[in-house]
Design a protein around this ligand. Structure first.
Ligand code: ATP
Length: 233
């Protein structure tokens, strides 16, 4: 079942158009990787889905309803969660306090903590640690754990591997796979093309704000993507 869809979206900032006629859809438990060169519009696509950028044309559908004009908090209530580049955690607060801020109405801190450490067991010992003092990988885990606490239907994840050691990235991708296996849909923006193709079911390639390819990621070769679609390498 389709959870999130962009239909013919044109969007940008002020008079600058970044995305042109972009369509994309992601279903329950499905992982879509959005690939593109710097400035292609990947982050803008995620922001348009999340509602911080409002399209000038086209529609955004979330869980069967038109959300094009819905503000970000309404989309969040319907199960959409954006994990921005730079992680968006509160570095001055402890891990537990970061989780507490995400707790949905009616849920307890205990439940939130259990949900988070089920996905990232390493966080259990660090609940009282100030988030800003954690390693980059652990901070990324906090960001993802906060998202899990909200019981999301779709995660929009911007550059999850940015600045992390390959072994930590492996750990995070394994956790994401586990989250997807519970039925959560994911739209993943990623610089590491090879890793993203391996991880995702579907790849969407953006070139100068337009979709230049959409299809099964297994049919794409990393070198071909870099050369023919993204114009690099
Ligand atoms: P990167 O990998 O460099 O983050 P990207 O594919 O995510 O690139 P975007 O961040 O979506 O690309 O940026 C697309 C274009 O929009 C760029 O030309 C960028 O300068 C511009 N842009 C991004 N954010 C803003 C903003 N807040 N205000 C104005 N222009 C912006």
């Amino acid at each position: 079942m389709t959870i999130l869809a962009l239909d013919g979206v044109t969007a940008g900032y002020g008079t600058t158009t970044v995305l042109r006629d972009v369509s994309l859809s992601v279903g329950t438990g499905q992982i879509v990787a959005v690939l593109g060169a710097n400035g292609a519009g990947k982050s803008t696509l995620l922001r348009t889905a999340a509602g911080t950028v409002v399209p000038s044309a086209g529609r955004v559908r979330l869980d069967g309803a038109d959300a094009t004009r819905h503000p970000p908090y309404r989309r969040a209530r319907r199960g959409l969660c954006l994990i921005p580049e730079g992680r968006g955690i509160f570095r001055g607060l402890t891990v537990e306090e970061n989780l507490r801020l995400q707790i949905p109405r009616g849920a307890s801190l205990g439940e939130a903590v259990e949900r988070a450490v089920a996905v990232f067991p390493a966080l259990r010992e660090r609940l009282k640690t100030t988030a800003g003092t954690l390693s980059g990988g652990q901070q990324q885990m906090v960001a993802l754990a906060r998202a899990c606490v909200t019981d999301p239907k779709v995660l929009l994840i911007d550059e999850v591997s940015m600045g992390l050691a390959p072994i930590v990235v492996d750990e995070i991708f394994a956790a994401l796979r586990g989250i997807a296996a519970t039925g959560v849909a994911m739209v993943l923006v990623e610089q590491y093309v090879g890793r993203a193709l391996e991880f995702a079911d579907t790849a969407v390639l953006l070139r100068k704000g337009r979709v230049s390819y959409e299809g099964p990621s297994a049919e794409l070769d990393e070198r071909v993507v870099l050369r023919d679609y993204l114009g690099v390498g």
